[in-house]
Design a protein around this ligand. Structure first.
Ligand code: NAD
Length: 455
């Protein structure tokens, strides 16, 4: 038996214990784990900083956000998933109908490296709160962070191995996918998601995909340009641009385009470390391609494809450039002028990705209307990444950004099995669900049917 198989087998037995605890029992233990993480935040943030290259403060912010989600999932799972009565409708009025979301069993979570606490816990916390055991395969670039989270679990909730890790690269991820787990929660690139989905198809293992993005910001002419520029700089350059729902494209109404570029240029950070050795060359390729196609550099320039990487602002970049069509995942921002907000919406929606977006306008009613026309799973108005810290909101995308949802009530349900139960209270006055159906009763039922639905 391989290590992955043995881990999943242990998880299966732990899942029985965990599932049997009920919502209150799980809530107490999840909150114990939460307190453990919160108390050790400096240690965890230091480890994240060491493995990813981000600053300890950025790492601490990541942990703070993750803990907020864990707390919400622990406290709300019972309310969202617990057994509740639903209307049974006219045809089945003699039945009591109840709906309950039960654990699936064992969830395999495959994580990325860019937010090695926040991102996997977005699935792990919700999966655990829903009553599942979890086997986490952290990114091969951040294995110690993944192991730290499982060790913290074992310390806070000793006994059954409800949360375990398997460490290794994509081959270990593929093995976990084939291991017979009840669902895979994958976060990573669209290219890998395609492979994971193909593997899941072999065993009909269900899958939720949190993929990458090419998120746009739309800046209307009436926007607070300082606030918009600050948000674009944070969303585009924060964490060296390695944020799935960070800003990669900015569409600015032409009337304020030069002014916006000017303000943004004043907010560019210094060179930043990138987490993986491949990332700087992707940034370089996208910048080169944008320039070759006629885009211009406002700040920065082609890098030497090594880390740390300097931030780059590119302007008037043709929409068919790699820097517009593909996820760069580096500290670059494409800032293009648009004739009006409608053009900004059209270009935002032209992407094969659809994770998140942001809109800036002083007319917040109008801005919200714009946000609602975007083909994305999330949007922030007059801010970036506003949704990331709201645990009651679902998170996930469309197109190459994936499918299914983590976070919020949807995230809890995503990692559960809906079970519908009806209980007959008395015999139906018109019983059609029998072989010896009375033709007279059937005729009467049809008459009622026409009255109810055919008029
Ligand atoms: P990646 O796709 O290279 O790897 C993700 C995970 O999949 C890793 O753990 C990797 O080992 C594993 N893996 C690789 N091949 C596999 C296979 N054949 N079967 C199973 N698992 C396999 O992604 P990455 O470079 O680690 O992370 C960056 C990507 O993640 C970006 O595209 C980013 O936008 C995306 N991301 C998305 C979200 C979100 O919530 N939507 C959050 C963070 C990151």
């Amino acid at each position: 038996m391989t290590e992955v198989q043995a881990t999943v087998e242990r998880a299966r037995s732990a899942a029985r214990w965990w599932g049997g605890l009920g919502h209150n029992g799980r809530r107490a233990r999840l909150l114990a784990w939460k307190r453990h993480i919160a108390r050790q935040i400096s240690e965890l943030a230091a480890l994240v900083a060491e493995e990813t290259g981000k600053s300890p403060d950025d790492a601490a912010l990541e942990v703070m956000l993750a803990v907020e989600h864990l707390d919400w999932a622990a406290r709300n799972a019972g309310k969202v998933l617990g057994r509740q009565r639903v209307p049974s409708g006219m045809l089945a009025a003699n039945h009591v109908a109840t709906l309950e979301y039960l654990p699936l069993g064992v969830i395999g979570v495959i994580g990325p490296w860019n937010y090695p606490v926040y991102t996997p816990l977005g699935s792990v916390s919700y999966a655990l709160a829903a009553g599942n055991a979890v086997v986490l395969k952290p990114s091969e670039h951040t294995p110690r962070t993944g192991a730290w989270l499982a060790d913290a679990w074992a310390a806070a909730v000793p006994g059954e191995p409800v949360l375990q890790t398997v460490l290794g690269d994509g081959a270990v991820g593929a093995e976990l996918t084939r291991s017979g787990v009840d669902k895979i929660a994958f976060t990573g690139s669209a290219a890998t998601a395609r492979k994971v989905m193909a593997t899941c198809a072999e065993t009909l293992t269900p899958l939720v995909v949190e993929g990458g993005g090419k998120d746009a910001m739309i800046v209307a002419a009436d926007a607070d340009l300082d606030a918009a520029a600050r948000a674009a700089a944070f969303g585009g350059f924060g964490n060296a641009g390695q944020t799935c729902a960070g800003v990669e494209r900015v569409y600015v109404e032409r009337a304020v385009y030069p002014e916006f570029l000017d303000r943004l240029s004043g907010l560019v950070p210094g060179p930043q470390l990138m987490t993986t050795p491949e990332q700087p060359s992707i940034v370089r390729a996208h910048v080169d391609d944008a320039l070759a196609r006629g885009g211009r550099v406002v700040v920065g320039g082609p890098s030497d494809a090594s880390s740390p990487v300097a931030a780059v602002i590119l302007a008037e970049v043709p929409e068919d450039s790699l820097a517009v069509t593909e996820e760069t995942f580096g500290p670059t921002l494409v800032v293009n002028p648009v004739d009006n907000v409608d053009e900004g919406i059209r270009l935002t929606n032209a992407s094969k990705y659809g994770l998140a977006a942001s809109v800036f306008s002083k007319d917040s009613h109008r801005a919200t209307g714009i946000a609602r026309r975007l083909r994305t799973g999330a949007a922030s108005v007059n801010a970036v990444l506003g949704f990331a810290g709201v645990p009651s909101l679902p998170f996930g995308g469309v197109g190459d950004s994936g499918f299914g949802r983590i976070h919020g009530a949807d995230g809890l349900r995503e990692l559960s099995r809906a079970q519908a139960v009806t209980r007959q209270r008395f015999a139906a006055p018109m019983d059609l669900m029998r072989l010896d159906r009375d033709p007279k009763v059937m005729r009467r039922a049809l008459k009622l049917f026409h009255l109810r639905h055919g008029r």
